[in-house]
Design a protein around this ligand. Structure first.
Ligand SMILES: [Zn+2]
Length: 409
């Protein structure tokens, strides 16, 4: 098991983890049949904070060949992502006056939904997506996609074939990258001199404030705040120039990054930086306090499920997301209470959750299930799910949202 003893940005020796979630199977390694249960593997899941640059990071890294072999997340299953893509593309398109001469590259482009929005803005687009089955879906919808991991070598080759990129976008890929220095060297090579690098990441400030510990899983190697990103940019001749909130995935940030001196730093970024320091994101005590809050949450959540269960409640889950698997493996007594997990992604239906082996079924299966309570595991899509599951409420069903605090609706 490859362990990091030093920070992946500044190489400072890492202290002991402040939060240890124990050994867990991979959050996206759904099982297709019961025969696979005994073969399941688990890996340590614990996070440390760098005392120098404040990067919160996993110490143990599962090799990407194992991690991404069965990657099932398909972005078009969420309407919210589709709406967001349209907004993002029109904002960036207007600001940069994107036209035919501009190449927009998306790293981890998934099924091409986001790039399609940029294509509608008139830009030339290229996806970089290592998952073969998903890259094929993107090409079917007319989005040119290179089946690759994004490395410096791949960037050099693709830049030679396609030309320099006006915009490089990475939504929820940055936290998955082990070698961040190689990533920046790759960007430095491919991005046009005045180009924009846009990186969307779940924000550590929200993770801490909203107790989103379930967004910690093996694929997320880094948990980012402004400070480590600035540190990393500076080492490669770039600077963070702006940051804006993204109303998806439990509160993410979009970082705008440019070559040093090619764009102005916004007032919004300065305010955010001040708030981050005031909120203690650069202090080690903040992280110890977070771990204590997670322990108290677990006790309250398991207690609530147990008492509802003994009063006759029947539970079904909603959203077989990766975060659901961190939560359920951390609270196995809750997983035991679930008869099934509903999910709209047909690739996941018929499978079993890693570690806890709860069957994943179609979103409509509750009608035959007799469930009285629906546990919203994909809480970042709470509003969408509540609207969609209105018939469940009309039949007297109750919703239970686990994060940031267990709440019955
Ligand atoms: Zn560091």
């Amino acid at each position: 098991m490859p362990a990091h003893s030093r920070c992946r940005i500044c190489a400072t020796p890492l202290p002991e983890p402040f939060l240890d979630l124990g050994e867990m199977p991979l959050a996206n390694a759904f099982l297709s049949s019961a025969e696979e249960f005994p073969l399941e593997k688990s890996y340590p899941l614990a996070v440390s904070a760098c005392p120098q640059c404040s990067l919160v990071q996993l110490n143990f890294v599962v090799p990407p060949e194992i991690l991404y072999r069965h990657y099932l997340y398909v972005s078009s299953t969420s309407e919210a992502v589709g709406r967001y893509a349209a907004t993002l593309a029109s904002e960036v398109g207007a600001r940069r006056r994107l036209g035919k001469k501009d190449l927009v590259v998306e790293l981890g482009s998934n099924d091409g939904l986001v790039l399609q929005a940029f294509q509608r803005q008139g830009a030339r687009v290229l996806g970089v997506e290592p998952a073969r089955n998903i890259a094929a879906v993107a090409r079917e919808r007319g989005i040119p996609t290179a089946e690759e991991f994004f490395t410096e070598a791949a960037a050099r080759r693709l830049a030679a074939e396609e030309g320099k990129a006006s915009v490089i976008l990475g939504r929820h890929v940055f936290a998955h990258i082990d070698n961040l220095h190689d990533f920046f060297r790759a960007v430095a090579h491919w991005l046009a001199p005045e180009g924009t690098l846009l990186i969307e990441v779940p924000y550590l400030g929200n993770l801490l404030a909203q107790l989103e510990f379930d967004t910690i899983y093996h694929e997320h190697l880094s948990y980012l705040s402004l400070r480590p990103v600035m540190e990393l940019c500076a080492r490669h001749g770039f600077e963070l120039t702006d940051t804006s909130p993204v109303p998806l995935h439990g509160g993410s940030l979009l970082f705008s990054i440019h070559r040093t001196g090619t764009a102005k730093t916004t007032e919004r970024l300065n305010r955010m930086w001040k708030a981050e320091a005031e909120n203690g994101l650069h202090r080690m005590e903040t992280f110890a306090g977070f771990a204590q809050r997670v322990a108290r949450w677990k006790e309250a959540f398991e207690g609530l499920i147990a008492s509802l269960g003994s009063a006759g409640a029947r539970f079904v889950g909603y959203g077989a997301a990766a975060k659901a698997n961190t939560l359920l493996n951390f609270c196995p007594s809750v997983a035991q209470q679930l008869t099934a997990i509903l999910d709209r992604n047909p690739l996941k239906q018929g499978s079993y959750t890693p570690g806890t082996h709860v069957p994943v079924v179609s979103a409509e299966a509750w009608r035959k299930d007799g469930a009285t309570h629906m546990l919203i595991l994909a809480w970042n899509f709470k509003e969408e799910i509540l609207a969609q599951m209105r018939p469940f409420a009309e039949r007297g069903g109750r919703f239970l949202v686990p994060i940031p605090r267990p709440e019955l609706i």
